[in-house]
Design a protein around this ligand. Structure first.
Ligand code: EPU
Length: 346
């Protein structure tokens, strides 16, 4: 029996196509899933720590440009528990291997507010803090309480509170300094009970979408439904067209540079960040530069959202990477802005 289970979880030379939303057909030497910390620990003892390994969640923020010569560990730790309830708020703990939207869906069914604007983001709960996922004016850091992470080197569980995660725009300590050193096993969020939650409908098209439906006093679910409708209208479904959401980050620039750009390109979108910096929209820059809808073979730039690179079927990761290089060079040439990738490249 033990041998049998072993075979189910520990595979050799595996195609990664089902495990990355880009649908890239690279392979890895070995892949295994773990659904508890004990299992993770056991599996880690089986592999040679000197060979490369990678911890994968939903595979929604990676681009494999070549075969991965090492072991891939897939987090399958599930479960949701309300760990604390106060008059107006709850602290909810979710397993790192849960599908992110399934967790969002659960919070909405329970009428807890805070992550409805983050509906339908592909990926897992454990991957969400890695890059401080965000959409429609809300980021994970706004509702984050703490997380438990397994330290690969020592086998110990360490708890990270908000400051120790060092969240920034699509950034955290796990993406940089502690990259590949920890496996996020549980994440806790502080959510508001309905009636005590202020909905954030000002960003993007949420208000327009609610008006279109004739909704004047939206509920948490109404906002989630609006976000789902907007996302579905703009962003390709990875089940149909391979992609990993925004491929690039929106550039944050000094205001002096923004002013110069505005004089040359009066329509450039500008969002204030702090006193001295503003963000502009990479999707706008890429569209203005003529790349929106570009297609060559099976790779290209999405037709409705220029920030999303796509795999129409058989594209290789290298082709998509090379396209991103061409886009970066072209944007640098036209606007003098160096785009940075949001997606992790392997
Ligand atoms: N725009 C264009 N052309 C395009 C795309 C966008 O002109 O092809 C313009 C829009 O008209 C708008 C501005 O760019 O003026 C911003 O566009 P949008 O609201 O669609 O959002 P985004 O900046 O392109 C960011 C996040 C998304 C998130 C949305 C909504 C990043 C890198 N991306 O995209 O996150 O869903 O805002 O909040 O910050 C992701 O990270 O994978 C992701 C999808």
């Amino acid at each position: 029996m033990i041998v049998l289970l072993h075979k189910v979880f520990l595979m050799t030379k595996t195609s990664l196509k089902p495990y990355n939303t880009f649908g890239i057909n690279a392979s890895c030497d070995r892949l295994f899933s773990f659904s508890s910390v004990d299992e993770l620990s056991e599996r880690l003892n089986e592999i040679d720590r000197q060979t490369p390994f990678l911890i994968l969640g939903g595979g929604s923020n990676v681009l494999f440009t070549e075969d991965f010569h090492g072991t891939i560990l897939r987090n399958a730790i599930k479960g949701i528990v309300v760990v604390q309830e106060k008059e107006n708020t709850v602290i909810v703990e979710a397993g790192g291997g849960m599908v992110w939207h399934e967790f969002v869906h659960w919070t909405i069914q329970n009428d807890f507010g805070g992550i409805e604007n983050l509906s339908l983001i592909p990926g897992s709960v454990g991957a969400a803090p890695m890059q401080n996922i965000g959409a429609y004016g809300v980021e994970i850091k706004d509702v984050f309480h703490s997380l438990d992470a397994y330290e690969i080197e020592t086998g110990k569980i360490r708890t990270f509170d908000l400051p120790s995660c060092q969240f920034g725009y699509r950034e955290s300590v796990f993406k940089r300094v502690l990259r590949n050193q920890f496996v996020i096993v549980k994440v806790r969020f502080e959510l508001q009970k309905s009636g005590h939650h202020r909905l954030n409908t000002s960003y993007g098209m949420i208000n327009e979408e609610l008006t279109k439906k004739g909704i004047e006093n939206p509920t948490i679910k109404d906002v989630s439904d609006a976000v789902i409708a907007i996302r579905q209208s703009k962003l390709p479904d990875p089940k149909e067209i391979g992609n990993s959401g925004s491929f690039f980050k929106n550039p944050i620039l000094p205001n002096s540079q923004i002013e110069k750009l505005k004089s040359e390109f009066p329509d450039i979108p500008v969002y204030p960040v702090d006193e001295n910096h503003s963000k502009t929209a990479a999707g706008w820059l890429i569209e203005q530069d003529g790349w929106k809808g570009y297609r060559e073979g099976d790779f290209g730039v999405h037709q409705r959202q220029a920030l999303v690179l796509v795999n129409y079927g058989q594209a290789s990761g290298k082709e998509i990477y090379d396209l991103s290089e061409r886009i970066i060079a072209s944007i640098k040439d036209k606007f003098g802005i160096e785009l940075e990738r949001e997606v992790n490249i392997y």
